[in-house]
Design a protein around this ligand. Structure first.
Ligand SMILES: [Fe+2]
Length: 401
């Protein structure tokens, strides 16, 4: 794929939309049963057939910059430990000592080796068993059998993806279809992790739907984004992934970048940054939005299924192109607080209210408009994964397009 040609083509299309002030509508309004957000059995299939089959974008490379940096997290009920090894490679492990399943680490940190807090078995950063405490009295241990359980992992575009199935041999290229090469233009591998925060919400798809349309922006977010915000999203689909461009001529608080400024320049001179306009959606649960207050930055949101069908956790990860200078730290923190407020005090409380209504069982269906094509696209891909047989490979699910 010619990355620049693709980005230029998308920008050219976006400029046409901006000039006309219109979007490309989906072919039809659609509807789905409310049970997609409340059915426990479906929720179980989603965890199994999406969150253990699809590559998941779990971390930014800059969170694990040095050998020995680690990040422990819960991913749809799977305790996961990401570690950068001495060879510079990031590996993803089940966060479990192979002695008796104790979690090896919590949160983020740095370690020369991974030592279990229960009986002090220790492991190398590549997952190999290093030492068994009091080996003489414990007895023989099979080192190979006692390696950490390891998941297929790839690092690209300054982001880290893993498939939470130790036996999978996923085709990351086919899944990403070059979308990673577009995102790579941000250069995230050289960015800086400013902070992260976790926000509780309702069903994970309900929480993620709000990342996939702009229809609600001037309504739900009128107090934060302002009532003059455009509600028009132009969608750029890329396999299961997508990109949203805001069709507006007016500036707004999240001024992603000035794609409109390209109109006055010949295409050959279009600078790189405005070509990355919009919101980037990585299937199944990640969105990336740009901001420019307190320095150029992005908020990467990960929406994870929670403990039950009606619960999710949204992790907001703030990356900055440069560490904010001392006089900009307050602005940078204000930006994080602002986006925490938009999602934590507006979107997610809304989702909890919707969840209550849906769980009453008295509203049989929900609707998706022709202006919400991205939400329709997302749910079609969810269907494809969930309806595929449990044993279907990722390639088989992807190839059905
Ligand atoms: Fe929202």
């Amino acid at each position: 794929m010619d990355v620049r040609a693709k980005l230029v083509a998308d920008a050219r299309h976006m400029l046409e939309r901006l000039e006309k002030g219109t979007i490309t509508p989906a072919p039809a309004r659609t509807s789905r049963p409310s049970s997609i957000y409340t059915d426990e059995a479906l929720f179980g299939r989603e965890k199994e057939r999406i969150f253990r089959k699809a590559p998941l974008m779990l971390a930014a490379s800059c969170e694990l910059r040095r050998a020995g940096d680690y990040k422990a997290m819960d991913v749809a009920g799977v305790p996961v430990l990401l570690v950068r090894g001495q060879d510079g490679t990031v590996r993803t492990f089940l966060n479990a000592c192979t002695h008796r399943a104790a979690k090896l680490a919590h949160g983020c940190g740095h370690a020369a080796r991974l030592t279990c807090p229960y009986h002090a078995w220790s492991f190398r950063l590549d997952g190999a068993l290093l030492a068994v405490a009091s080996r003489g009295v414990f007895g023989e241990v099979d080192a190979e059998e006692s390696r950490l359980v390891s998941f297929p992992t790839t690092e690209r575009a300054g982001l880290i993806w893993a498939v939470l199935d130790p036996d999978a041999s996923p085709d990351f290229d086919a899944f990403l279809g070059g979308f990673d090469k577009l995102i790579a233009q941000f250069g995230f591998e050289n960015w800086h992790h400013f902070e992260s925060r976790s926000l509780p919400g309702a069903n994970w798809k309900l929480a993620f739907d709000a990342h996939l349309e702009f229809y609600h922006l001037p309504v739900l977010h009128r107090a934060t984004f302002g009532p003059g915000m455009s509600n028009l999203a132009e969608y750029f689909f890329h396999g299961p992934h997508q990109r949203l461009g805001l069709v507006t001529n007016a500036g707004h608080v999240l001024e992603q970048d000035d794609v409109a400024s390209l109109a006055t320049l010949p295409e050959g001179e279009w600078p790189a940054t405005p070509l990355l306009f919009g919101e980037w959606i990585i299937f199944p649960n990640v969105s990336i939005n740009c901001f420019y207050k307190g320095g150029r930055g992005v908020i990467i949101s990960q929406v994870f299924p929670g403990a039950s069908v009606g619960e999710s956790v949204t992790v907001q990860m703030f990356l900055h192109e440069n560490p904010p200078a001392e006089d900009l730290v307050a602005d940078a923190r204000a930006m994080s607080d602002f986006l925490g407020q938009v999602v934590g005090e507006e979107d997610l409380p809304m989702s909890r209210g919707q969840q209550e209504v849906l769980e009453s069982g008295l509203l049989p269906r929900v609707q998706f408009g022709r202006n919400e094509g991205g939400v329709q696209h997302f749910h079609e891909w969810i269907d494809r994964f969930v309806e595929a047989p449990r044993e279907a490979t990722l390639a088989a699910v992807m190839g059905g397009e």
